[in-house]
Design a protein around this ligand. Structure first.
Ligand code: SAM
Length: 230
């Protein structure tokens, strides 16, 4: 899988490529990442990548030409079928099932906006899909791109130490993860549930399944009411 990232701040992605389980995916090239900075593809002598909005108003808009040039370089690098995703608060909300379906697609270009966003004509002519990480505004598309990338690489074989982890994660079946405990057996006066110390695997599984449903019912009953959920 190749993912080209169009961003003014490629350094931010070190949080993903240098730390924890996600770094493994990039060091082993399970996912190939390459950055395309619109600032490197300007055709004006000031290297400017933004301009004032037509019609007035606060803030700046990312100019279309440097973005188009950067996207075109990313297309050349991928040189295969791909989908162009603009990270946008106006996009479809990303869910675990969306992430799962993205792992079946081969290549992506992610566009991280900044300022007041990008020129609408780039969305019209270059973008296949807009994705949002939630109904709130962050300052740039880099963190949303990293959130999606992190969730995506967890599905790639060889990334998680134990591949079973992702099946047990919350949302894998529209059910939350069960409560987890580690040593000590008693902490702050609270004892680990007896069944987990029993060594009885089927009883442990039954308890965990029942607790996972209980947690989901209490915290997010809407997940259980979804069509096709358990
Ligand atoms: C300050 S925001 C611009 C928001 C824009 N004025 C609007 O209201 O739609 C700058 C950039 O951050 C990214 N962004 C902000 N919130 C986001 C979210 N919830 N999901 C995905 N991307 C987001 C987008 O790439 C956006 O272009």
């Amino acid at each position: 899988m190749k993912i080209g990232i169009v961003t003014l701040f490629p350094e931010m992605f070190e949080a993903l490529t240098s730390y924890g389980v996600t770094s493994r995916a990039f060091k082993q090239n399970i996912i190939e990442l390459k950055f395309f900075n619109p600032r490197d593809y300007t055709d004006n002598k000031y290297n400017s990548v933004d301009d004032r909005p037509f019609g007035g108003g606060p803030g700046m808009i990312m100019s279309p030409q440097p973005l188009k040039n950067a996207i075109s370089k990313a297309r050349d690098w991928i040189d295969d079928s791909l989908k162009v995703v603009y990270l946008s608060p106006q996009g479809a909300l990303v869910t675990q099932s969306k992430i799962k379906s993205m792992t079946d697609e081969n290549n992506f270009i992610f566009i991280a906006g900044r300022y007041e966003g990008i020129d609408e004509r780039i969305i019209q002519t270059q973008v296949d899909e807009e994705l949002s990480i939630g109904d709130y505004i962050v300052s740039g598309g880099e963190l949303p791109a990293m959130v999606i990338l992190d969730a995506l690489v967890r599905y790639k074989p060889g990334v998680l130490g134990n591949p079973m982890s992702k099946n047990q994660d919350s949302f894998s079946d529209d059910i939350f993860d069960f409560p987890n405990y580690t040593r000590p057996e008693i902490f702050d006066g609270i004892k680990v549930p007896e069944v987990l110390l029993s060594g009885h695997h089927s009883q442990i599984k039954a308890w965990r399944d029942q607790q996972a449903i209980k947690k989901t019912k209490e915290k997010r009953p809407d997940l259980l009411n979804k069509e096709g959920s358990k």
